[in-house]
Design a protein around this ligand. Structure first.
Ligand code: PLP
Length: 397
């Protein structure tokens, strides 16, 4: 599967030669290889696919069909409702109480689908309880437990849930128990600082620091995740699943005895933010192709489109990166532009007007918010063109 860059470029260019550019592509051979690798790394623990990192129904379905994968981690109730027409076992992992989003969930529950919403606050329970009562149904819930490492001068992790210890979770559990329209069925403990933070960068001191913090964090979160799950079960909550992890943490998450399933998504497309991890070495499998439209000077080309900047703390690592041919870079002054993207490098002089330049996005699923369809490539052929969420007329977030 390791092929020369020149060969990859030739394949992708042949595949897209009769297609309009800009175009987004997924290399299915690489995608499937990455999927096999995630399943191998999960070593028997079921993988719930993070749909936010794919944002394409056809590819979510492809992953769920693979042995070793079960269920989808969705990002909004409306998205879960949308997917529920062809998929089941949908966990919405981020709290949402908007009645416009939540009410349609009840119709799908009534149709026999499993959709679980996530909570971490008593106020959310008030609203969700009222909506469930109005619908005359029982709403299954998952409690999100904060897995960050709180050090005196450093918060190593994300700011999401306030639930950290068993007592916090039990307070939520008690309120759920008091409402016949709510039921607690799952626990989510996502260790973002282990799963999403690169630790094999060119900066050795950074890598040492991050690996040390990750080790300390894994010790802390394993204790707390297990304690919360035990406490809830002791109180009689029928916890059916305990979800943890992400692409970058499969090894340590699946080794936690309290966890019953791991999540992964980014490791399928493999955007640039997942290039520098010690634990795995995946293949870039998705990106976009822009046509060269101008040659402003020797050593430069300018492409059409390209300003597809990723979310998160703004910085150069959020910009898309020219991938093939190798040797091209963005200009510091212009970055990836709203309408055009200039590139520099001596290889620019070998490119003709109309030639494709292949780019990779910094994040996984966000690429699909810029394109209505994905060109699925096998070898040097487009074997299918499938709609993204955007192509299906949806912008969930
Ligand atoms: C709750 C949750 N679980 C898991 C993940 C990991 O997803 P991925 O493998 O796409 O990085 C994320 C990503 O942000 C997440 O928010």
């Amino acid at each position: 599967m390791r092929e020369r860059k020149r060969e990859t470029r030739r394949r992708l260019a042949r595949a897209l030669r009769d297609h309009r550019l800009p175009a987004a592509w997924v290399d299915l051979d690489r995608f499937d290889r990455n999927l096999d690798d995630l399943v191998r790394r999960a070593s028997g623990m079921p993988i719930r696919v993070a749909s936010k990192s794919l944002r394409c129904r056809a590819l979510v379905e492809r992953v769920v069909q693979r042995r070793g994968c079960e269920g989808v981690m969705c990002f909004t109730p409306a998205e879960a409702v949308h997917l529920s027409h062809s998929l089941d076992d949908l966990l919405v992992a981020y709290p949402s109480v908007d009645p416009h989003e939540v009410r349609p969930v009840f119709a799908r529950l009534a149709a026999g689908k499993t959709i679980v919403l996530t909570v971490d606050d008593l106020e959310q329970l008030e609203i969700l309880g009222a909506l469930a009562r109005e619908a005359g149904q029982v709403l299954p819930l998952c409690i999100d437990v904060d897995m960050s490492l709180a050090l005196p001068r450093l918060h190593f992790g994300v700011r999401r849930s306030p639930i950290r210890i068993p007592a916090d979770a039990l307070a939520i559990g008690k309120r759920v128990r008091s409402d016949p329209h709510l039921e607690l069925v799952g626990v989510l403990g996502y260790e973002a600082q282990v799963a999403g933070l690169p630790d094999k960068t060119p900066r050795a001191a950074w890598n040492t620091m991050v690996r040390t913090l990750k080790r300390a964090s894994i010790r802390d979160l394993r204790k707390r995740r297990g304690a919360v799950v035990r406490a809830l079960r002791q109180e009689g909550h029928a916890i059916r699943f305990v979800n943890g992890g992400g692409t970058g943490s499969l090894e340590s998450t699946r080794a936690d005895p309290s966890v019953t399933e791991v999540t992964a998504g980014s490791g399928l497309y493999v955007p640039t933010l997942f290039d520098e991890f010690e634990a795995f070495d995946p293949l870039p499998a998705a990106g976009f192709a822009l046509p060269v439209v101008r040659r402003p000077a020797k050593g430069f080309v300018t492409c059409l489109g390209g300003g597809y900047v990723a979310s998160g703390a703004a910085g150069p690592d959020r910009l898309p990166r020219p991938f093939l041919p190798p040797g091209l870079s963005l200009l510091e002054q212009e970055g990836a532009g709203e309408v055009q993207t200039p590139l520099q490098g001596s290889v620019a002089d070998e490119l003709a007007i109309g030639d494709p330049v292949f780019f990779r996005h910094a994040k996984a699923g966000e690429l699909c918010e810029r394109f209505a369809e994905l060109h699925l490539i096998r070898g040097d052929e487009v074997v299918d063109v499938v709609p993204t969420y955007r192509g299906e007329g949806h912008t969930f977030l």
